[in-house]
Each structure stands twice: as structure tokens, then as C-alpha cells.
Design a protein around this ligand. Structure first.
Ligand code: PLP
Length: 233
């Protein structure tokens, strides 16, 4: 199948999930994840109306954005502090803030560039040792510390759920993410919005939509399998 057919199929599945959950399909943003994929595939996707892309390496964002400044990029992978300067100002949203040190660096660079950076806090929702992110119990303190920084704006939470064979296994995790988002929202912390909940990937996005995701990050179902295992670092 080509990209067009893949996109139509994914859109239909999102619509069906929204229908099951009584949600408005306009409240769910599809973020095609184009990491490792050549620019031609992004161009093909853009021709079909999707011009926002998720990437997990800053260098790839720099290269692709140089070719197509009109595309909008989201940083969804682990962000090293020495790459922050290349990300700030180039991305619409950083999904993967997982430490105060990183948030401080983002704030510092944003101040320098005269921008405010929108960020999500990454939650290690499956409590996996191999994954980045805050534990659920750490989230509120982290939100309060990061919200006090001058040039970042918290918009919500993100998680990479475990890679399970039956996506239903991730439903309780997505539910906990939604509850966290509502909880923190109710605390009315200054400079904190919880309007974005980034969760759900190729394997489990329908469950994530049913449980309240507002951004779903989809690579494989749109662009096909990635040629090589991307290194998480
Ligand atoms: C690669 C990646 C995705 C997309 O994964 P698929 O299973 O290919 O849809 C989503 N989120 C993050 C953080 C990723 O690194």
C-alpha cells in the first residue's frame, strides 16, 4: 500500500474510534512520525494535506526543515541538552521534557531567541526501566518547578506506552494519563495548560483515542516499517 491508502485507512480508524468514544474527530490531531524517512515521503504526505511531522532527532529536524521551512515539526524523542539550541524556534512542540535541567535549558535558549516554547512532560507510564520520563507520582512537582521557568509553557503530557501484543493492555495506562491530565488541570497552576495529551502509536492509537488522546503519533502505519532500529539516546 502507498502513503495515500495508508493515510486514508488511518483516518478512517481514527474516525471510528472517535465515534465509539463520542468524541469530535477535530479534537484528535494526527502527527505523522517521519523519523528515518526520506524527504520525498514527507512531500508525498504534505501533498495529501499533512504538513506537521514528528521526529526524534534534532539533526533530522534541522535538515528537513531547511528543505521545507513551511512544514511544522514536533520533537518527540529524547532531547539532549546540547541539542536544545537547534530545536528551540524550529519546533512547534517538544513532547519529551523529562527533567528540570532539560526544561531550564529550553527556557534559557527560548529567552535568548525571544520565544516561549510549548512543552509536554513525558511520563514513563508503563514504569519501564528502558524508557524516559517522570513517574506518575513525580509529575505534579515537576509541573510546578517547570511552570516557574520564564520561557516554557506546559501544555500537557506525553507517554510512550509499552510495546504489547494486545493494545488493550495499554488501556489502563492511557486512562491513568487522562486522569493525570485532568487532575493537574484542576489544580489551576499558573502558566500550565493541560489541553494536549500525546499518546498512542501505530500499535495502540485507537485505544488511546478512546481514552482521550489529543495527539496521536503514527509512523509505521503511515510510512511503513523503518529500515533500521533508531537508536534511543
Ligand atoms: C517512533 C515513534 C513513534 C511512532 O511509532 P510507530 O509505532 O511507528 O507508529 C511515536 N512516538 C515516538 C516517541 C516515537 O519515537
Amino acid at each position: 500500500m502507498g502513503i495515500r491508502e495508508n493515510l486514508e485507512a488511518v483516518r478512517a480508524r481514527i474516525e471510528a474510534a472517535c465515534e465509539r468514544a463520542g468524541r469530535d474527530v477535530r479534537d484528535v490531531v494526527l502527527l505523522p512520525v517521519s523519523k528515518t524517512k526520506p524527504i520525498e515521503m514527507l512531500e508525498e504526505m504534505a501533498a495529501l494535506g499533512e504538513t506537521r511531522f514528528g521526529e526524534n532527532h534534532v539533526q533530522e529536524i534541522v535538515q528537513k526543515k531547511a528543505l521545507h521551512p513551511e512544514y511544522v515539526f514536533h520533537m518527540i524523542g529524547h532531547l539532549q541538552r546540547n541539542k536544545v539550541k537547534d530545536a528551540v524556534g524550529r519546533v512547534e512542540l517538544i513532547h519529551s521534557v523529562d527533567s528540570l535541567r532539560l526544561a531550564k535549558e529550553i527556557s534559557k535558549e527560548s529567552l535568548k531567541k525571544g520565544v516561549v516554547s510549548d512543552v509536554l512532560l513525558e511520563i514513563n507510564a508503563g514504569c519501564e526501566e528502558s524508557k524516559f520520563g517522570y513517574a506518575f507520582e513525580e509529575a505534579e512537582d515537576a509541573v510546578r518547578e517547570i511552570a516557574a521557568l520564564p520561557a516554557v509553557r506546559i501544555r500537557g503530557f506525553m507517554c510512550v506506552a509499552p510495546n504489547v501484543s494486545d493494545p488493550e493492555e495499554n488501556r489502563p495506562i492511557f486512562r491513568k494519563m487522562y486522569d493525570l491530565s485532568v487532575d493537574i488541570g484542576n489544580k489551576k497552576i499558573d502558566n500550565v495548560k493541560t489541553d494536549i495529551l500525546s499518546m498512542g502509536m501505530t500499535n495502540d492509537f485507537e485505544i488511546a483515542v478512546e481514552e482521550g488522546a489529543t495527539i496521536i503519533r503514527i509512523g509505521t502505519a503511515l510510512f511503513g516499517r523503518r529500515e533500521y532500529q533508531e537508536v534511543e539516546k
